[in-house]
Design a protein around this ligand. Structure first.
Ligand SMILES: C[S@@+](CC[C@H](N)C(=O)[O-])C[C@H]1O[C@@H](n2cnc3c(N)ncnc32)[C@H](O)[C@@H]1O
Length: 332
């Protein structure tokens, strides 16, 4: 993650681009985009294909509105949340305030989930501030009815490039459950290379390769095979600053839900969870507090259905209204 000064520097380099990172915009671009946004606060977009629902709502203050939406939905079996992380680049609060804020959406999530459901949360850890808010968040979760199941680390292959510390290439992903949800083992694209784990099966000594269901390794709780989204990738959504890779979200969805299940995400942003649901044949109910990101989420689905493309590598979601530059522009 860039610090604010570096991010501002890149923003200045990119300011001729019709859609630079929206979190660094001084308000001018947002003013241009808002008239094109279909949702206002506490409004819903219903998928004409009857599969998904997108809302503009505050995950903490609009619990009543959000719960009402789920009143119409049967059995949501998976939640994947990627909230702002309380790091320097975002609006920073005290850790206690941040955890109180998180507790509200955690409680709402518990209420709307089915009796057997999985809950995944992406979270940052600030190494300059005693790794806040990760330990405090874990302690808060210990007091809820959710049960901890795994602490996944995604190697996101990006960092500060510092000479004075270990390069920061990790992203935390916490996995909790309510009841006993489904879990489908996931394999990576990485071939198995380690041999020599012997075990007796029906009186025969077998080597691990003979016993395996796959020639590739299981994902486990350290993911090293998923590329961070960057501007050269088809799935890149210019304007967004915190997009998660489809491959990571699809892995979670395949592991922790079945086809036709309902999956939710209260922090939609570029609409990755929604698109991953579309591609894996799940239904999605998703929200964002910001009408611009709610609109981007709708457009990402429409764009995928119309073109088969997962993002806008050399363009952006408001290309019709704002136009595009001819050359690709780096977005961080
Ligand atoms: C880290 S981004 C999520 C990225 C997303 N997983 C993706 O792949 O695009 C966080 C999003 O949460 C939204 N957000 C922040 N506070 C919120 C709140 N109280 N309720 C709902 N959404 C909120 C922001 O507008 C932002 O789009």
């Amino acid at each position: 993650m860039l610090n604010r000064d570096a991010a501002r520097f890149f923003f200045n380099l990119m300011k001729n681009n019709p859609l630079p990172r929206l979190d660094l915009d001084d308000g001018a671009i947002r003013k241009k985009l808002l008239p094109f946004c279909r949702l206002k606060k506490n409004e819903l977009w219903r998928d004409p294909d009857g599969k998904h629902t997108i809302g503009c709502a505050d995950a903490t203050d609009d619990a009543g509105f959000i719960e009402e939406v789920f009143g119409e939905t049967v059995g949501t079996t998976l939640a994947i949340f990627d909230p702002p992380y309380n790091l320097a680049v975002f609006e920073r609060q005290s850790v206690a305030e941040y955890i109180d804020w998180c507790k509200k959406w955690v409680d709402s999530c518990y209420k709307i989930l089915a009796d057997d459901a999985a809950f995944y949360i992406w979270l940052g850890a600030d190494q300059r501030e005693h790794f806040q808010p990760l330990p405090q968040f874990m302690m808060m979760m210990a007091k809820t009815p959710f049960k901890a199941r795994s602490f996944i680390t995604w190697r996101n292959q990006r960092g500060y490039g510092t000479q004075k510390n270990w390069m920061a290439v990790r992203q935390e992903l916490l996995y909790y459950v309510k009841g006993e949800p489904v879990f489908n083992v996931q394999y990576t694209d990485i071939p198995k290379i380690l041999r020599g784990y012997y075990k007796e099966v029906n009186g025969q000594l077998t080597e691990n390769m003979e016993r395996s269901r796959s020639t590739n390794i299981r994902a486990g709780n350290v993911w090293v095979d998923i590329q961070q989204v960057f501007y050269r990738m088809e799935e890149n959504v210019n304007g967004c600053y915190a997009q998660k890779p489809l491959k990571a979200i699809e892995r979670i969805i395949r592991a922790s839900s079945n086809e036709n299940d309902t999956v939710t995400d209260f922090f939609s942003h570029s609409g990755t969870t929604l698109l991953a649901c579309e591609r894996t044949n799940r239904k999605c109910v998703t929200f964002d507090i910001d009408p611009v990101y709610a609109e981007i989420t709708i457009r990402r689905l429409e764009h995928y259905r119309a073109t088969g493309r997962t993002g806008w590598q050399n363009s952006h979601p408001f290309e019709r209204e704002l136009g595009i530059e001819k050359k690709p522009v780096a977005v961080f």
